[in-house]
Design a protein around this ligand. Sequence first.
Ligand code: FE
Ligand code: FE
Ligand code: ZN
Length: 283
Amino acid sequence: MLNIGCHLSTSKGFKHMGMEALSIGANTFQFFTRNPRGGKAKAIDPKDVADLLDIMKAHQFAPILAHASYTLNACSKDAHLRKYATEMMADDLVRMEYLPGNLYNFHPGSHVGQGPEAGIEMIAEMLNEILRPEQTTTVLLETMSGKGSEVGRNFEELRAILDKVELTDKMGICLDTCHVFDGGYDLVNDLDGVLNQFDQLIGLHRLKAIHLNDSLNSLASHKDRHAGIGKGNIGLDAIVRIINHPSLHNLPFLLETPNELSGYAEEIKLLREASHIASFSHI
Ligand code: FE
Ligand code: FE
Ligand code: ZN
């Protein structure tokens, strides 16, 4: 079965997200660990989390994906902001242990003029301070489009971060289709080539989740504006090839398309129908 879901609001708690996912035909989802612009996270209600874990087990959910706050910048020029990022992620990872064995994704950071090498150094430094051998959460670096001074704009930069992290078995990658397309990787005409490049530089075993988005902009535009499935320059055919690719089809696919819940339900239905894996499972 295709593992697919979308970004959901955390405001009504964990159990509510599980029920909402079921109501739109999803068997995974993404959520913010706290306000995307930062700030204090709500206290965890263990009963609420236990209810979600029951739903996930009963309905064979794929791993779910927490997304860190956008303000978290591991490679800010300002040491105070780096300290804030470190504390925020460390706190998020403590909370993630209520949901054992799932995924936590973050934007590597913006080097704000210090250069990618300095940024990469600081990001790895933060991860080495935070990661714990006993944690069950896998921390994912998101592939970025390269707008502004984003670090992680190509596979080489992500590889360079991983090379400097000590507990690399706690690390993985979340590939955002809009971001890599805008970053210059031609998912439309050369999906195999892009995945080969990923495999050679990073290793496909490190790929743990896909942000499945179309793009409003063109290849290598370095813009990062998401479009609905089939409503952008990646297009439905290429997206269907992505969900059915043998190297990808077991991964959780998370939609971050501009949609209300009903729009997500439609995209999930469309993609389930286009998934070869779904039809095989009926035989
Ligand atoms: Fe993201
Ligand atoms: Fe994304
Ligand atoms: Zn984006």
